[in-house]
Design a protein. Structure first.
Ligand code: ZN
Ligand code: ZN
Ligand code: ZN
Length: 480
């Protein structure tokens, strides 16, 4: 790979991985004149230096990059924001002092710039500054380290996720060839031990979920989607009467993760963006724009928490498949609504919510979301939403949830698992419907087969229309 390619690829990856960070620190960065001045000064000095060094050709091997990385102790990076900022400034000034000594200081200088990058909240932007300010040899080395680091983190993802106690792993499997003869690989979920029919394989709570808009009010919990049983004391939102919670714990979680930002505060002023988003959801019966808003707020919240998790929400959803969504007038309106609703509360988010990102997020929901059957009444009728979700419709669907692990399950018209909502909440269990051996792929039904009355042609047509794949499951390949 040419250096320029490494740089392009790396910057792309970082830009995605650090989006949350970029949002959170945007305000801080803007208000830090010292940091700006320092970068400017550095740039000038480095330009001079870069010219002097231009003719020198320093070759860096992958081994020297590897050695440099091996010398970095992950534990030396501070955790608090103030400490990280100080650490970053120290590394930048040491790095600068080192490269002004000439080529002998390049290796050590690159390590400093690399460390600064590791703690700087908007690394993609800092990379751009580096590109203009530090000697090309040092820059190449920093990018090499970064590229290897990102690669390692990416490689490692499926070895630590899903967590071992969930009894499943994500595996790549061949799925035929393209017309040009290239192998097609897809990812699927595989059991890591044997299961007997009826056993629960794992349970998980969603990244984000939403009720069908027609059910939002005082009957279902706005956080866990539980139907509130008669006689149970509900926990109201302290600032609005538009949503309720089944417990104080749900109220607190919703408030910290997203509701404080999205609450209408019972305002009747329709120019208020939170109310406009709420009304849009109710009027169109579309919950995905609200789910995307919740996701974005939760993502920013996570970034500010310093949870110590190696992979953030964005790392988790980045790898998931998505449907291509073509921009339309409706989407344009939704993007605008989200920008105004979140913009006043989260500095920098307006630039983040661009058309491409919004449509990708929507495409991820359309492809991966599951219908939630948490109603206590199995006969309950619910106004159908125009948005699709994976569901076999054996119980009324009251909302949709977006899950980290279950999104990897592939469809089969004769699946070996089914979904259960044992606690009548969005904590979803995947239950074996046949005996499953370790190493076997887990399948779930994406569509309602109307008690087996659909023909292969009809099933394939519906799956293609909604999920854009031709079903090659055993039932479709060998119809009885
Ligand atoms: Zn609840
Ligand atoms: Zn509220
Ligand atoms: Zn099929």
């Amino acid at each position: 790979m040419k250096t320029s390619h490494i740089v392009a690829a790396t910057v792309g990856t970082i830009a995605i991985a650090s989006i949350g960070c970029a949002l959170y620190f945007d305000a801080k960065r803007r208000s830090d004149p010292n940091f700006r001045r320092k970068l400017k000064k550095e740039r000038k000095r480095a330009q001079k230096q870069a010219k002097e060094d231009e003719q020198k050709n320093v070759t860096r091997t992958a081994q020297s990059i590897e050695d440099a990385l091996a010398n970095i102790d992950e534990n030396e990076f501070p955790t608090s924001m103030e400490d990280r900022e100080k650490f970053c400034m120290d590394q930048l000034s040491t790095g600068e002092a080192l490269f002004t000594q000439g080529p002998a200081g390049y290796d050590a200088s690159a390590i400093c710039f690399y460390k600064a990058l590791k703690v700087y909240p908007a690394p993609a932007e800092l990379v751009m500054v580096y590109q203009k300010t530090i000697p090309p040899e040092v820059f190449t080395l920093v990018m090499g380290m970064l590229s290897m680091d990102v690669h390692k983190k990416q490689q490692k993802y499926y070895t630590v996720f899903p967590p071992a106690e969930m009894n499943v792993k994500v595996e790549e499997m061949p799925e035929g060839n393209t017309a040009e003869g290239q192998k097609v690989i897809r990812r699927g979920l595989v059991a890591t031990r044997d299961f007997a029919a009826g056993e629960t394989i794992y349970s998980e709570t969603p990244i984000i979920s939403s009720l069908e808009p027609s059910l939002e009010g005082n009957e279902f919990c706005h956080y866990c989607m539980k139907q509130i049983a008669e006689g149970v004391i509900i926990a109201p939102c302290p600032t609005c009467t538009k949503v309720v919670f089944c417990s104080e714990a749900c109220e607190r979680s919703a408030s910290t993760e997203f509701h404080t930002v999205l609450c209408t505060n019972d305002s009747e002023d329709t120019s208020r963006p939170e109310l406009a988003l709420y009304n849009y959801t109710k009027e169109t019966n579309n919950k995905y724009p609200e789910m995307i808003a919740k996701f974005l707020v939760r993502m920013v919240h996570e970034e500010t928490q310093n949870t110590g998790e190696e992979y953030n929400l964005f790392d988790h959803i980045e790898r998931l498949r998505f449907l291509e969504v073509r921009p339309s007038v409706a989407e344009e309106k939704e993007i605008e609504l989200l920008k105004t609703t979140l913009g006043s509360r989260i500095p920098g988010i307006e630039e983040f919510i661009n058309e491409e990102r919004y449509l990708t997020l929507k495409g991820k929901l359309l492809y991966n979301a599951y219908g939630l059957s948490t109603s206590l009444d199995p006969e309950r009728s619910v106004e159908p939403s125009p948005e699709q979700f994976r569901s076999v419709h054996d119980a009324p669907v009251v909302g949709a949830g977006f899950y980290r692990v279950s999104s990897y399950m592939s469809h089969s018209c004769r699946p070996n698992t089914k979904l259960a909502f044992a606690e009548h909440s969005n904590n979803m269990s995947v239950v074996a419907t046949t005996d499953i051996k370790a190493g076997e792929e887990l399948h779930v039904g994406f569509i309602d087969q109307k008690n087996g009355t659909l023909s292969t042609e009809q099933r394939r047509q519906e799956l293609f229309q909604h999920y854009r794949f031709k079903c090659m499951c055993p039932l479709c390949e060998k119809p009885e």
